[in-house]
Design a protein around this ligand. Sequence first.
Ligand code: A3P
Length: 289
Amino acid sequence: AGGDHIKLMEVDGELYPNVGGEEQAKGIRALAEAKARPDDIVLCNYPKSGCHWMWEVINMILQGSATTIPDFKENHMIEFIPPNHMEAIPSPRVLNTHMKFSQLPRETIEKRCKIVLILRNPKDVAVSFYHHHFGIAKLYQYEGKWENYLSLFNNGKVDWGSFYNYVHSWEKTIHDNPTHPIHVLYYEDMKADSAAEVRRLANFMGVSLSDDLIEAIAEKCSFHNMVNDKMGLEDEKWRKVWRDEKPRMYRKGEVGDWKNWFTVAQNEEFDRIYAERMANSKLKFRFTL
Ligand code: A3P
């Protein structure tokens, strides 16, 4: 159907949003050679899994205070920022990416940089990604309808490809690299008990924080506080990217919103594909709390 295709750019067999044409393709190809620092933290996630949220939390843990970070995760996204920007970020850097382990800078692996992997259940990811594609209409040239979206999602016809390939790849990475420091964190667990997850994360990072500060960071990074604090900082240029000038990276922030979108038939079809694609996986996604 017309308008049901998401316009993307292919670089070496992988799909990306086309934000920078040939320059961007060069940047993606150069990423493997980027310099890493031993104290880099690399936040990895499939799109729409909670990157804005956890980038804020990790930065607050590092700065040791529950104060809004006057910067954006977009400025630290390694596949899109030019190498000189990446080198200009002061240490310790909280980099973020949707790339897989094998696509990270070689030095990130050699220097054993800490990796935080966020996972989120794919039904909520699909709904969130749909709003992203629909919302950034000019870039994606996408006018599609929800009823056709899940086949794009399930077939990986979206930026950074298939959700299933992504999680399988990381599961294999963890299995094959048992000594690389990789901390796995579920969006649903963060929603269920943010303070417990902030504490686990701080332990992984080797930062010791008081219980009060852990609570304060969890609270400062709650959905409603981040909508107010971060959106207030956003500039006009970024707002204009979105349909109706309405950014959707802070949209709903819940577990189980998919129930408001999936029809019974879509849910059955999704469950069938999920069961097939996840048959050999040990990952346990929670679709409700
Ligand atoms: P929804 O579209 O389901 O609301 P990312 O940051 O990786 O792009 O992920 C975006 C998703 O995370 C969106 O999901 C967004 O609302 C949600 N999100 C952003 N900040 C959040 C927060 N502080 N707490 C919970 N969810 C948050």
